[in-house]
Ligand binder design. Sequence first.
Ligand SMILES: Cc1cc2nc3c(=O)[nH]c(=O)nc-3n(C[C@H](O)[C@H](O)[C@H](O)COP(=O)(O)OP(=O)(O)OC[C@H]3O[C@@H](n4cnc5c(N)ncnc54)[C@H](O)[C@@H]3O)c2cc1C
Length: 409
Amino acid sequence: MEKYDFVIIGSGASGATVAEKLSSNYKVLILEKGQHLSLNEAHKSYVRTSQNKDFGKHGGVDILSGTAVGGTTLLAIANGVRAQEKELKSLGIDLKKELDEVERDLSIKKIPENMLGGRTKLFIEKAKELGYDPIIMPKMIDFKKCKSCGKCNMGCQFQAKNTSLYYIEKSLSKNAELKTNYEATKIRKNGKGFIVEGKENGRHLDIPAKNVILSAGALDTPKILNNSGIKTPKRLFTDIFVTIGGKIESSFKDEIQMACYIPFNDFLISPYYSERILKILNEKNIEVRRDNLFCIMIKIKDDPYGQVSKTYIEKSCTGKDAQRIANGVAIASKILIKSGVEKIVSTEASGAHPGGTAPIGITVDNNFRTEMGFYVCDASILPEAPGAPPVLTLMALGKKLGYNILNST
Ligand SMILES: Cc1cc2nc3c(=O)[nH]c(=O)nc-3n(C[C@H](O)[C@H](O)[C@H](O)COP(=O)(O)OP(=O)(O)OC[C@H]3O[C@@H](n4cnc5c(N)ncnc54)[C@H](O)[C@@H]3O)c2cc1C
C-alpha cells in the first residue's frame, strides 16, 4: 500500500513549486539528494562538471549546478525574466497565469534606480552612446534587506534573495514530507503505482508511490530515466557563457550583479564581476584589484548539442555557438573599450542553465508525462535553450503541472 500520492524527486526550481501546489490536496513526499542548507551556506552546494574525471575529453564546457534543498535556485543571481513563454505557448502550454503567480510569490521587481551600482551605470551610459538600449533586470530580491554585496551566487547572508526554499517551506507547512540525503536512481512500475529506488545516506531504500514527478534537474533526470528504461536524446544545452573584461581607472563598490542586460536574437550581454578575470589578469602580471575591474558576461542560446551518459557529461561549443559568442564579444568589447579598458581577457566557456535532456515532444508529452505514466518537470523538458534566465519559467512549469493534476482529479 502506497503511503504517498506523489513522490517528487528533486526540490529545485520546478520540483519545489509542484510540491507546493499538490500538497494542498495530496500526501506528498519530496526526495532530495542534497542537504537542507540555509541561504548563507548555499555555496557549499556547488557542483561543477569540471570536477569530473576526464572533463577535458568531454567538450570542456564547465556546467554549474547546485545540490541542496531548493536546488540550483540557492545559487542563482536572482534574475527573474519570462523565458520561452512564446515557444511553450506554441506547444499548447500557456504559462501566463503561472508566471504572474510566481512573480507575485517571489516579489519580482526591477532593481530600484538608487540601488544600481557604478559598473551598471557605466555599462548603461556607454551602451547608450553606442546606440543600444539596456534593460534593468527584474530580480527575486527583497530590496529592503539587500546590501548590494554582489554575492547572490554564493547564497545570501542577508536572507534577501527569494528562492525555491519559499515553496519548500509552504509545502512543509501543508504537511508535505521532505527526505534529504536521498539519491533516487530508478523508477519502476508497481501495479498501478510506482516504486522509487534509491539510497538514503548510502543505504538502499525503495519508496512506493501512487505517482512520481521527476524533477532532479537536467543533469540527473536523464540518468534516472535511462536507468528506468526510458531512452533520452542527446540534446543537452546550457546557455553557454563567457565573461570578458579588464582594468579601468575607476574605483567601484560592490553591487548587485547582472543588474541590467541587452537582449539580442540569440545572446544577451550584461555587466558581471568575475573573480576568474581578476585571476587571469594577475597571472599576466597586470595589476588589478577587485574595485577597478570591469567585466561583461556574454550568454548565448546554444545549440542542443551535448549529452548526459552513465559515466560522463559531454558539452562543447558548435561552430554556430562560437559565432554567437564572437558576435556578443564584439559588442561587449566595444563597451569595454569605450569605458577605458585597454587589455581585455576572457574566461573559459561555462554553462549554468542545463536543459533539454528529456524534451517535451520527445521524452514527455505536453502534459509532461512519460510513456511509463510518471511525470518529468524541470529544465530537462525545455525543448530549446532559453538564452535567458529560466528559473521563473521552470517554477511556472511546476505550477502548471500542479494545476493540471489538481484539475484532472
Ligand atoms: C551560479 C548560477 C546562477 C544562476 N542564476 C540564475 C538566475 O539569476 N536566474 C535564473 O533564472 N536562473 C539562474 N540559474 C539557473 C537556475 O538556477 C537553474 O536553471 C534552475 O534552478 C534549474 O531548475 P531545475 O528544477 O531544473 O533543477 P534544480 O534547481 O537544479 O533542482 C534539481 C534538484 O534535484 C536534486 N537531485 C538531483 N539528482 C537527484 C537524485 N538522484 N535524487 C534526489 N534529488 C536529486 C538536486 O540536488 C537539486 O536540488 C543560475 C545557475 C547557476 C549555477
